[in-house]
Design a protein around this ligand. Structure first.
Ligand code: ZN
Length: 374
C-alpha cells in the first residue's frame, strides 16, 4: 500500500517537474508584448494627452449620435463634451499641469467633435499645420507623461456597442493578439515608454483591457447589442470619471506601458462588411481564414501595412454597392453613366489631358488647421 503511494507520489512529482520545465521553456520564448514600468518624470511637469472617440460616450446609445450631420449628432456632441470635461477636471485635480486634447473620432465635422465653446478652458485642443493621424503620428512625445482615452469602444467581432477597429469588420492582429483602438493607442505610445492611464467606454471594452491593471476604467454603459446599450446615470458616471482620472494621475509613477516585441507579425482579419479575400492565392501573400499576415520590422510598419489592407478590404463595401445598384430602379442607368464616365477619363488620359499616376492636386488651404482624425 505504502509502495503504491510512493510510486504515485513519484509520478505526481515527475509530472510536476516536467510541467515546470514546460513553464520554464515557455518563459524563455519571446513574449508577444511586454508590460513595463514607466520611467520617472524628468521635467517636473505632468502633461497628459487626452484622446476622445464617440461610440463610448456615456449618454449615447444610437449610432446616429456619433455622425456629423445627423439630427441626433448635437446630443452626442454635448454628452461627449460633458465626459471630456469630467475627465479633464479629474486629471487636473490629480496634479496634471497641462491637458492637451486630440480628436480620434473623425465624424466628418470640419470642427472638432468636442464642443470648444463648452470645453474646460484649461484643456487645449491640439492644432497642427499638416494633417496627422493621432494614433501613430504622435505629437511631441517628449512633452507627455501619459495618455488618457475617453468614450472608446470594443473591437471588431466582440459584442460591444458599435464594436469595430478603425473600420467596420476589420480585426487588427499583432503578434497574434487581436487589439482594439485603445490598445492601438497604448502600443503606439508604448514605443516612447508612455502609458495610457485612463479609459472609458462600455462593459465589453472593460473586459478587453482588464490585463492593464494600472488603467483606471469607467464603465459608462452596458452593451445590449451592436446598436443598443443600457445607459448608466450621467451624474454617477461623471463623478466616477472625475474620481478615477484624479487617481490615475496620482498613481502615474506606478503605471505601466505596453510594447509589442519587434520584429512583429501583423495581420488583418476581416468580417462583413470588410473583405480582402481577393488577395487569396496571390503568390507571396499569406491569406488564410480571412486573414492576411505579414512580417513587420516596427510597430509603425505593422500599422501602415494594416491600414493599407483595410483599404483593400473596402472592396467588401463596393460589392455591397454593386449589389444594391443591381437591384435598385435607377441602378442600370447609374451603371451606364459610370461606364461613360470611365470611357471619357480613358480618352482624356490617352489624349494626354491628365495622368492617373500624377500626385493628387493639393488645394491651397493656407489657414487649414488639423486637430486629429478627419
Ligand atoms: Zn473608434
Amino acid at each position: 500500500m505504502k509502495k503504491v503511494v510512493l510510486i504515485g507520489g513519484l509520478l505526481v512529482l515527475t509530472a510536476f517537474l516536467s510541467f515546470c520545465g514546460r513553464e520554464q521553456k515557455a518563459a524563455t520564448e519571446v513574449p508577444p508584448y511586454t508590460v513595463n514600468a514607466v520611467r520617472p518624470d524628468a521635467d517636473g511637469t505632468t502633461r497628459i494627452l487626452l484622446y476622445y472617440d464617440m461610440e463610448g460616450i456615456s449618454g449615447v446609445n444610437q449610432m446616429a449620435q456619433t455622425g456629423f450631420g445627423n439630427p441626433e449628432y448635437p446630443t452626442g456632441r454635448d454628452n461627449l463634451t460633458q465626459d471630456v470635461n469630467a475627465v479633464v477636471a479629474g486629471l487636473f485635480a490629480g496634479g496634471a499641469d497641462a491637458v492637451d486634447v486630440t480628436d480620434a473620432h473623425g465624424s466628418g465635422n470640419p470642427e472638432p467633435d468636442v464642443d470648444l465653446a463648452k470645453l474646460d478652458p484649461r484643456a487645449k485642443i491640439i492644432y497642427k499645420e499638416a494633417s496627422f493621424d493621432p494614433y501613430i503620428d504622435l505629437p511631441e512625445t517628449e512633452k507627455y507623461d501619459a495618455a488618457a482615452v475617453v468614450c472608446m469602444h470594443a473591437k471588431t467581432g466582440s459584442p460591444g456597442f458599435i464594436s469595430h477597429t478603425y473600420n467596420g469588420g476589420c480585426d487588427w492582429i499583432i503578434n497574434g493578439k487581436s487589439i482594439n483602438e485603445t490598445e492601438i493607442i497604448a502600443y503606439s505610445w508604448g514605443r516612447f515608454g508612455i502609458p495610457v492611464i485612463f479609459a472609458s467606454g462600455d462593459d465589453v471594452l472593460k473586459g478587453q483591457l482588464e490585463y492593464m491593471g494600472w488603467l483606471e476604467y469607467v464603465t459608462v454603459k452596458k452593451a445590449l447589442s451592436w446598436t443598443d446599450a443600457e445607459l448608466y446615470p450621467l451624474d454617477q458616471v461623471h463623478a466616477e470619471m472625475e474620481a478615477k482620472a484624479k487617481k490615475a494621475v496620482e498613481n502615474l509613477s506606478r503605471a505601466k506601458y505596453v510594447a509589442f516585441t519587434e520584429p512583429l507579425t501583423a495581420g488583418l482579419r476581416t468580417q462583413f462588411p470588410a473583405d480582402h479575400s481577393i488577395l487569396e492565392g496571390v503568390p507571396g501573400i499569406n491569406y488564410k481564414d480571412h486573414t492576411v499576415t505579414f512580417p513587420a520590422k516596427t510597430y509603425r510598419e505593422a500599422y501602415d501595412g494594416i491600414v493599407k489592407l483595410i483599404r483593400v478590404a473596402g472592396l467588401g463595401r463596393l460589392k455591397l454597392m454593386q449589389e444594391y445598384l443591381a437591384q435598385s430602379e435607377q441602378g442600370p442607368q447609374i451603371i451606364k453613366e459610370v461606364r461613360a464616365y470611365m470611357l471619357k477619363k480613358y480618352e482624356d488620359w490617352m489624349a494626354g489631358k491628365w495622368d492617373p499616376d500624377a500626385a493628387p492636386v493639393q488645394e491651397e488651404k493656407k489657414d487649414e488647421k488639423y486637430f486629429g482624425a478627419k
